[in-house]
Design a protein around this ligand. Structure first.
Ligand code: NDP
Length: 280
């Protein structure tokens, strides 16, 4: 098992709040298994958990948090406001419901899960986020699945720049333009489906690089994310993989290896298109 003393590098969110660069995602972790799986993650050393109201497992995250009994300042909890909770009052209520499920007084990061441009309410949702942060219910506010025009619109409307944009990002979809936009605006890029849900792990280039370091393909891909500066939140319910995905701080990919992975970008999504996605 990896040492719980492993130091995951922190990344500063707008100079204000630190987020551990490697976290643990719980999308598709069955609600009834979540407490046990997250407990395993805490035992391994993860201190950053990424959930969402839409995952229906916030209560399990809360249960694991209480069982772990870690100092509150040592854990970083992200949750998200879903598509039917857009709007000022709706988002305010959604946060309160998520906090109750998690059993927390505040979350470290709250994200607008999808922009849902066809409903055009994300600016009001963002205004609520700004107020909820001022009230101390959220430490850092961000968005997810926002394209450049959505980012620019919330910034123009409020003057408040999202701390994070959590987007689909893996070797087959590297999002170079959006990452450049984030860098210009001072937004941290967070990668969801960082392993492309397993679909990049059989790529021969990744396999060769992993083998050269005596690591698994999953570890090589997580290392690539860390080295390009992403916050990365792999998910697993498998104990060995939970540990393996955390054991990524004792090797480094070379420049040619990073370059070889850069060549794998084909711009292909495995998830929905943010411009059109409304709800499941
Ligand atoms: P990932 O890219 O993290 O892949 C998870 C899959 O890969 C699971 O099937 C897991 O299997 C398998 N896996 C994990 N580690 C390894 C390994 N070392 N070797 C081989 N296979 C492995 O996909 P997710 O879609 O779960 O994305 C991660 C997180 O991102 C989510 O949990 C969620 O928190 C967030 N997310 C956010 C979205 C958004 O819209 N904001 C959308 C989607 C995800 P198993 O579990 O069986 O071990």
């Amino acid at each position: 098992m990896s040492s719980s003393r492993t130091q995951v590098p922190p990344i500063s969110l707008r100079g204000d709040v630190d987020i551990p660069q490697l976290g643990f995602g719980v999308f598709q972790v069955p609600p009834g298994d979540t407490a046990q799986v997250v407990t395993r993650a805490f035992e391994t050393g993860y201190r950053h958990i990424d959930t969402a109201s839409a995952y229906a497992n916030e209560a399990g995250v809360g249960e694991a948090l209480r069982a772990a009994d870690l100092p509150r300042e040592e854990v970083f909890i992200t949750t998200k406001c879903f598509n039917d909770d857009h709007g000022y009052d709706e988002a305010t209520k959604a946060l309160s419901t998520s906090l109750a499920r998690l059993g927390l007084d505040f979350v470290d990061l709250y994200l607008i899960h999808w922009p849902v441009p066809s409903r055009d309410r994300y600016v009001d949702t963002w205004k609520a986020f700004v107020e909820l942060r001022a009230q101390g219910l959220i430490r850092a506010i961000g968005v997810s699945n926002f394209q450049a025009p959505h980012l620019e619109r919330v910034i123009e409307a409020t003057g408040v720049v999202p701390a994070v944009n959590q987007v689909e990002l893996h070797p087959r979809l590297q999002q170079p333009e959006l990452r450049r936009e984030h860098e210009e605006l001072g937004i941290v890029t967070e990668a969801w489906s960082p392993l492309a849900q397993g679909q990049v792990l059989e790529d021969p280039v990744i396999a060769r690089i992993a083998e050269a370091h005596g690591k698994t393909p999953g570890q090589a891909v997580i290392r690539w994310h860390l080295q390009i500066g992403n916050v990365v939140i792999p998910k697993s319910v498998t104990p060995e993989r939970i540990e393996q995905n955390f054991d990524v701080f004792d090797f480094e990919l070379s420049e040619p290896e990073m370059g070889a992975i850069e060549q794998l970008d084909v711009g292909e999504r495995i998830g929905p298109d943010p411009d059109t996605f409304v709800a499941p």
